[in-house]
Design a binder for this molecule. Structure first.
Ligand code: NCD
Length: 327
């Protein structure tokens, strides 16, 4: 995939053709039980740099890197020179000149990778940036929905209801850019404080009545309350957890009384007893573990595409490729 971007910050960085290719590549990896589909000329080195907590994304990238046959460098931010005041750009350039090919980064700063797009210090995959985006989670979710409905063309006209803290969720922001491209309709459901402030694109509607929204859903996507990101919000409406649970929590009984029971997705981490109950998570309607399974082949596909993009303009300094001799 020679045209694949060197900085994958947002779903907006990909065209539909590239997304389709990622889906078919992920499909091939899944069929091969996550064995590599080709070998690299030289063994790539991929660093993971998680500047914010992570279980699923961090480990799934670590596994995908190793399944591809690449070398994994786990970057420890706490013991790195970032703690001595070095900028992220300097750190990434250093990794590049050490021979690292790509870096998966998670940060709590929204849009932190945007400035690297013009002249990337290294190939970058966004593993989640603040409240902005989480493109690889949305891509693996799309892959999971496609598998569930047995074909990407079957997604057209399907309605997904996203329930929870949509405003502060980077996953929801990526899903809202990705799913309408496949003809999916989106219902957003949550209290005022958790709904997006900006106007929604075509095909995305708001319904704050959970039971009504569920009746019209082919799939349901639950989000946890993103407490650690609420300081970035300017809304100061009072919040009651017990009201939230009764109005927006989804329990096995909430689902069982529907005529058609939709599958329940969750990117994790899941706060059992808040957005979902234990019985639902343990039921066969819960698809959260299926998303985890599919995260490996989709992240293998994304790494495969970025490592093979033949971009020789990485690591420029002041717009020039650095030379280490006087002439
Ligand atoms: C999400 C994240 O970190 O953005 N989780 C994930 O990567 N699987 C969702 C969240 O934090 O709620």
């Amino acid at each position: 995939m020679s045209s694949f971007p060197s900085v994958l910050e947002s779903i907006d960085d990909l065209n539909k053709n590239q997304i389709d290719l990622l889906i078919s590549l992920a499909h091939r990896y899944k069929e091969l039980n996550n064995s590599p589909v080709n070998s690299f000329e030289k063994t790539p080195i991929v660093a993971t740099n998680f500047l914010e907590n992570s279980t699923r994304t961090k480990h799934s990238f670590a596994i995908a890197i190793q399944k591809l046959g690449a070398i994994h460098l786990e970057f420890n931010a706490e013991t790195s020179s970032l703690k001595k005041g070095e900028s992220l750009e300097e750190t990434l350039l250093t990794l590049h000149y050490q021979g690292v090919d790509a870096c998966v980064i998670r940060t709590n700063i929204s849009h932190q990778f945007h400035e690297f797009k013009k002249s990337p210090p290294i190939k970058i995959i966004n593993g989640g940036d603040g409240t902005n985006e989480h493109p690889t989670q949305a891509l693996l979710d799309l892959f999971t929905f496609k598998n569930y409905f047995d074909g990407v063309d079957k997604l057209k006209g399907k309605t997904i209801t996203i329930i929870g803290d949509i405003r502060h969720s980077r996953v929801s922001h990526s899903l809202m850019k990705l799913l309408p491209q496949y003809g999916m309709k989106i219902i957003l459901c949550g209290p005022n404080n958790f709904l997006p402030e900006e106007k929604q694109a075509e095909g995305i509607v708001i319904n704050q009545n959970r039971d009504e929204a569920l009746k019209d859903s082919d799939l349901v996507y639950m989000l946890r309350i993103q407490n650690e990101r609420h300081s970035q919000s300017n809304s100061k409406e009072p919040f009651s957890l017990s009201d939230y649970i009764s109005n927006y929590g989804v329990h096995i009984d909430t689902i069982k009384k529907l005529k058609i029971t939709p599958p329940i997705f969750h990117p994790g981490p899941c706060n059992i007893g808040v957005e979902l109950d234990q019985a639902l998570v343990k039921s066969n309607l819960y698809m959260g573990y299926e998303q985890v399974v599919n995260s490996i082949p989709m992240r293998m596909a994304i790494l495969h595409a970025i490592l093979n993009n033949n971009d020789h303009n990485i690591g420029k300094i002041n717009g020039e490729k650095i030379k280490f001799s006087a002439n």
